[in-house]
Every structure is written in C-alpha cells, then in structure tokens.
Design a protein around this ligand. Structure first.
Ligand SMILES: Cc1cc2nc3c(=O)[nH]c(=O)nc-3n(C[C@H](O)[C@H](O)[C@H](O)COP(=O)(O)OP(=O)(O)OC[C@H]3O[C@@H](n4cnc5c(N)ncnc54)[C@H](O)[C@@H]3O)c2cc1C
Length: 416
C-alpha cells in the first residue's frame, strides 16, 4: 500500500503538436482519430501497446456484439474488413466473429491511410493543464518521457486515465459496494483433426462439470469456419485499473485458461490444442467519469431519447457477476440514445472522454461498453473536437445541430 509521496519535477521535450490528441487506440480511439483527421485536423494517437483495436485485439475479444444498427465508421470497417457480414440496412444487428490478428493489421493500414501519426508503445503519464483546461499530455515513449501539445485531448484509455489525472472525478462499479464486472482472459483453441496432448499445470483446477466452471456455463464461438474456437469462460473478480487486482488477475486468469482448456479437451474437444492466449487479461469495467450527464439504467429501460444523441444501441444489459460468482445478469432492451454530454467532464475543459469510461452508472455501462457503440462514441468525439476547433469554442459549447450534420455527412445514421 502507498505510504508516502515524493515530488517529481522534470523538463520534458515536446515531441509533437497536433490539433487533436487521442489517447488509447481501442474502438473509441481509432474512430475518434479517423473522424478528427477527416475533418481536416492534424491528429495523433498515443497507444500504450504495440497494436490498435483495444480489447478486440489485445484481449482477443474478437466478436462484435449486435447493437441494432451498423452505421458510420463501424459500418465502413465492416464493409472493408468483414464484407460478408455487411447488412443491407443501417438498422440491423450483426454479431460477426473476426480474426484479431487481421483486425490489428487492418487498423494499422487504415490509420496510416488517414494520415494519423500513431505513437505505439506510448503510455499516457500526466495531463498538461492551464487552469482547468487540458493543453496536452506527457507520455512515456520508447525514448523516455515526451510531451504532446494539442487543442483538444480525447481520452479513450477505457480507464479514464487522462480524465483522472486532469482532476475529473470518477467512480467505479456498483453503487452499494463499488465492485466492477470481473475480468476474463479469452483464448483460442484449434481443431487439429487428431487427439492432442493434454496439459494441466499443478496449480490449476480440474473442473469436472459445468457447475465447476468459473462462469458456470459454456461460452465459445466457432464461427470462423476454420476449426478455431474462441473461448470466453474464465472469470476473475476485481477492478483491472487497480495495481493489486490486475496483478492477481493476470496469474489467476492464466491458471483458469489452462484449466478450462483441459476441461474442454476432456469434454468433446479432444482434438483441440490451446492455440492463442493474448498478452493481457480482458478488462470490462474500471472507471467512469462524472460527466455533464450520467447515463442510467432508467434511460436504458425506458428507451430515453436525447436532443444531443451521438450513439444508439439496443445491446442488452449484460453484467457478469461482480462478486466473481457464476451467474450473468442479462436483460433485453428495445434501444436508447447516448447523449454527447456523457463524454464531457463536468469540471475540465479541452477534454472529451469516449468509449467505455463515459459518464454512466454500473448498469448502464454494462450495455454501452460493447465495441460497436465505442466506435460510434469515438466518431462523435473526434468530430466534436474538430468542430470545437473550427468554431473556436469549448467542446461543451459546440452546436449540436452542426455536430449532427457533420456526423450525417460522414454516413452516421441517427434515428431522431
Ligand atoms: C472479456 C471481455 C469480453 C468482451 N466481449 C465483447 C464482445 O463479445 N463483443 C463486443 O463488442 N464487446 C465485448 N467486450 C467489450 C469491449 O471489448 C470493450 O468494452 C471495448 O473494447 C471498449 O473500447 P474502448 O475503446 O473504450 O477501450 P479499450 O478497448 O479498453 O481500449 C483502450 C485502449 O487504450 C489503451 N490505453 C490504456 N491506457 C493507456 C495509457 N495510459 N496510454 C496510452 N494508451 C492506453 C489500451 O492499450 C487500449 O488499446 C468485452 C470485453 C471484455 C473485457
């Protein structure tokens, strides 16, 4: 536990200056960068890892959940990357499985074509502030600490890292106890066509029945048609944005991977080897900002509409048991709006927060967190950032009709 503080004062070289700085290259960050660049703004993206795609690639979460629409940059990605899955209308749900390796390559190429300078292996460290306005960031690069200056910063870290450092209040998990959804290390198995060697390390678990499994259920996809099985069956309690919980989760989740793989091999998958384990555990829920509006369970269940809507989804309430227990709370929804204000910190200027860490309650975030919705939020954030620069106003003061016009011009269909 931390027991004292030290003060750090450093002079840092300014590596780059841009109109828009996007921090984090997951679904929200890639879409934010693409849309800001397409609005004619010099845009850079800082990504902690060596790949784009966020949980979709880094965490091997390689299925896009259905959200009731396929529109904007998400639609474009489907059209280019998974054309067989493209629905004819913007109003359909699709649930395509994809190769995380191919998405990683596709996104590298896509951002390069858009003229976005992606800084890989660059981790946000600290926000540069002028009063209550964010004016840039300091990040740890392969060459040490560097500063990046910009007119608008978009926090797409999933953990609201930039927002927290800039002084934006955040909250985590359930109201009653702060518990977040558990973490899961997704993995792949491959059909080899013949019986495989089974491997269960000594400190792993020998699951005998479905009720012994961490999620108390089988959850896997074989939709690639090439003998690949994508498995989502591990579950580790904890908040992946805390040092202690992530340290525990990385070891426990891998133990569960070997245990579940061994269980599957003993149960109808005797020809499947463990073929891919991603480099990090998947983190569903960490920090939500306190924004100008907080999305609630009631907004979801009542299908609330907002004038400043920027994304729409009917993805269900989907809460993996935060205690680490076996059940999952799944409740169907008819569809609802996510307002722009959920991405705006209440007390800090020059900053938009897109993706899973927007201002939302624990229940509301369980639905809005999926990849397609994060692409939509990122696209709106990038467009809003560019509009604020063009209109020479704060990100909170942009014209919402103009934001809607520009999103429509980019192929985003919002049902009013
Ligand atoms: C186990 C699991 C299963 C899921 N299943 C599905 C599913 O089947 N379908 C679906 O659509 N969604 C699913 N989701 C949800 C979905 O994957 C995420 O909610 C979504 O990827 C969030 O997008 P994001 O852009 O907000 O953040 P993330 O995808 O978390 O991306 C954040 C990015 O920011 C980077 N970053 C973090 N900190 C820093 C820093 N300090 N400096 C620089 N970069 C940083 C990270 O490296 C990462 O690339 C699942 C999630 C998990 C964990």
């Amino acid at each position: 536990m931390p027991n004292r503080e030290i003060s750090l004062q450093r002079t840092v070289t300014v590596q780059d200056t841009a109109d828009v700085i996007v921090v984090g290259g997951g679904p929200a960050g890639t879409a934010a960068a693409i849309s800001a660049a397409r609005c004619g703004r010099k845009t850079i993206l800082l990504e902690h890892s060596g790949q784009l795609g966020g949980m979709g690639t880094l965490g091997n979460v390689s299925v896009f959940m259905g959200v009731g629409n396929v529109t904007g940059i998400y639609r474009e990605i489907i059209a280019e990357f998974l054309p067989a899955a493209l629905p004819s209308s913007h109003h359909e749900s699709i649930w395509p499985q994809y190769s995380p390796f191919e998405l990683r390559h596709y996104l590298n190429q896509k951002l390069e074509k858009e003229g976005i300078n992606v800084y890989y292996h660059t981790s946000f460290v600290s926000a540069l502030m002028s009063g209550n306005r964010v004016t840039g960031v300091v990040a740890n690069t392969r060459e040490g600490l560097r500063a990046f200056e910009g007119s608008v910063v978009i926090d797409c870290t999933g953990d609201a890292r930039v927002a927290s450092e800039a002084g934006v209040p955040t909250h985590s998990g359930r109201d009653e106890d702060g518990l977040t959804q558990p973490m899961t290390l997704m993995f792949m198995m491959q059909d080899t066509g013949k019986p495989v060697r089974q491997y269960l390390p000594d400190d792993c678990y020998k699951y005998e029945s479905v009720s012994d499994l961490p999620q108390g259920r089988h959850l896997y996809w074989g939709g690639m048609g090439n003998g690949t099985l994508l498995v989502n069956m591990t579950r580790v309690k904890g908040n992946g944005a805390t040092i202690e919980d992530i340290n525990y989760a990385e070891k426990e989740a891998l133990r569960q991977v070997f245990s579940v793989a061994n269980y599957l091999q003993r149960n109808n998958h005797g020809n499947y080897i463990l073929s891919h384990v991603p480099g990090q555990v998947g983190v569903r829920e960490t920090n939500q900002i306190e924004g100008r509006y907080t999305l609630t369970e009631d907004d979801l269940t009542s299908g609330r509409r907002f004038e400043d809507v920027v994304a729409q989804t009917n993805y269900e309430i989907d809460i993996h048991n935060p205690t680490g227990g076996a059940n999952t709370d799944e409740r169907k929804l008819d569809g609802y709006d996510i307002p722009y204000r959920c991405m705006l910190p209440a007390n800090v200027e020059g900053l938009i927060v897109a993706g899973r860490s927007i201002s939302a309650t624990h229940v509301a975030m369980s639905s809005m967190r999926v990849q397609a919705t994060c692409f939509a939020l990122g696209q709106a954030a990038g467009t809003a950032a560019a509009l604020a620069i063009e209109e020479k106003v704060s990100v909170a003061s942009i014209s919402i009709p103009r934001l809607h016009e520009q999103l429509a011009a980019q192929g985003v269909l919002i049902v009013q």
